[in-house]
Ligand binder design. Structure first.
Ligand code: CMC
Length: 428
């Protein structure tokens, strides 16, 4: 028999069901709370609120565990590829060789964007942030494909999903090419997903672009590690926005904007800017850590801390190792990496960070790799978005299949003025 929790409010006792997930985490089902007691729950930041049942990703923040569909991130990072992980997240199981082949072919087939879409970029200033351009471009996909926007039609969803995964690298690279005044490249469908993205970003029509396998592998790894992270800020945004039954492109566009903020995916750009500032201002790592601890200083140690991980972020461990491997293989000597390592060491031994259980997160070392392979700082969060696409898609699809599906609509505790009479402007 399921456990119950009892809640006593005044002389009324409410019996609430306790539900349990497949990994033993437990939740009190408060869906009857308001109708039976007139009270609502209050949980700013949602640190104690489960918004859905989900079978996509499991995180144990105490133990530093991350699994997609049950598979440990370490195994996927070592053996899988980004497209295979995308399939796994979206469809729930690892694909057979044939399924993976068909999926890959379908993504390849959809990489081009409509020629008219290119003029969309020329309407933007050269210094437009590529995250703003990408969010707008993904939303604008809906204008080109009105035939496949119904979130309740499985065939239309399938086409939109494949279009989005296939076209995002093209659209992201066009945001970058526009900013530096280079011609847009056509996708090269003979290349793999990441190889194609690299040539879209760094190739020019004047010469043959050779994909560097070290870089290709490193980016594929980073995409895998960013592919999902359960109900984080952007995934929850995709779900909340999508709960109005808006089309996939609209919901993902909202997620891209949520990701952009420096407390979320924008942290990867903020980290590299922090490292560069330390280098350029001639600060010591210790001086910066002292600033980050100072309540009167707005600096934070970017790339440190996490709402869920309170021990270590397993993605960071893999990325840190990859960082040394990739920079070693490319023969890059990075002052930024030196500063990052020093910051990490000082912070991990500082009581402020130890007591608050703040550890380096996924964003702490990723930017060092992006910089080493020539990615401009303002494209880092776009790389994160590219990786996160399959996770957002999987969360959005799962929401629509959920028998508990409802439009998202939180309540509030109103603290404003109580009723008062309107005063005409001349009497105020
Ligand atoms: N530097 C200095 N102090 C920090 C930091 C930091 N990076 N992170 C948290 N703290 C302090 C914070 O000031 C607070 O101190 P006090 O208890 O004295 O008021 C305490 O630690 C708890 O922090 P919080 O802000 O209440 O924790 P949160 O769970 O609400 O926020 C976080 C989590 C990730 C937003 C936050 O740790 C942070 O701002 N980190 C820096 C930005 C960052 O790296 N973001 C990427 C997160 S991982 C990838 C992703 O989600 O995209």
């Amino acid at each position: 028999m399921a456990d119950t929790a009892e809640l006593r409010i005044g002389d009324k006792t409410l019996s609430l069901e306790v539900i349990e997930g497949s990994e033993g985490e437990r939740a009190i089902d408060i869906r009857k709370l308001r109708s039976e007691t007139g009270h609502i729950s209050f949980d700013p930041g949602y640190g104690n609120s489960g918004s859905c049942r989900s079978a996509v990703t499991f995180i144990d923040g105490e133990q530093g565990i991350l699994r997609y569909r049950g598979y440990p991130i370490e195994q996927l990072a070592e053996h899988s590829s980004f497209l295979e992980v995308s399939y796994l997240l979206i469809y729930g199981e690892l694909p057979s060789a044939q399924q993976l082949g068909q999926f890959t072919e379908s993504i390849r087939y959809h990489t081009m964007i409509h020629e008219d879409f290119k003029s969309f970029y020329s309407a933007m200033p050269k210094d437009a942030h590529p995250m703003a351009a990408c969010a707008a471009a993904v939303g604008a996909l809906g204008t080109f494909y009105p035939d496949s926007l119904d979130p309740l039609d499985p065939r239309q969803v399938e086409i939109s999903v494949h279009r989005l995964l296939a076209k995002f690298p093209t659209m992201a690279s066009y945001a970058y090419k526009h900013s530096i005044g280079q011609p847009f490249m056509y996708p090269d469908n003979t290349k793999d997903y990441v190889g194609n993205f690299l040539q879209l970003m760094f190739g020019t029509p004047c010469e043959q672009y050779e994909v560097n396998p070290t870089i290709e592998k490193a980016i594929d790894l980073l995409l895998i590690l960013h592919a999902d992270h359960e109900q984080n800020c952007s995934a929850s945004t995709v779900r909340l926005c999508g709960s109005s039954q808006v089309n996939l492109f609209g919901a993902i566009s909202a997620g891209i904007n949520a990701l952009w903020g420096p407390l979320h995916g924008g942290a990867n750009q903020a980290v590299i800017e922090m490292l560069a500032a330390i280098r350029d201002e001639g600060l010591t790592a210790k001086q910066f850590v002292d600033r980050a601890k100072d309540r009167n200083d707005t600096s934070r140690l970017m790339g440190f801390g996490h709402r869920v991980y309170r021990n270590f972020d397993p993605r960071m461990k893999i990325i840190k190792k990859a960082c040394f491997d990739v920079l070693g293989q490319l023969g890059v000597n990075s002052k930024l990496l030196e500063i990052a390592v020093e910051l990490e060491e000082i912070a991990l031994n500082d009581p402020y960070f130890v007591e608050r259980r703040l550890y380096p997160n996924v964003d702490f070392y990723s930017g060092v790799i992006y910089t080493a392979i020539g990615t401009p700082d303002n494209m880092f969060t776009v790389m994160f978005a590219l990786g996160r696409l399959p996770g957002w898609i999987a969360q959005w699809m799962e929401m629509h299949d959920d028998p508990d599906f409802k439009i998202g609509r939180p309540r509030q505790i109103y603290t404003g003025a109580t009723e008062r009479d309107y005063v005409p402007v001349g009497q105020r």
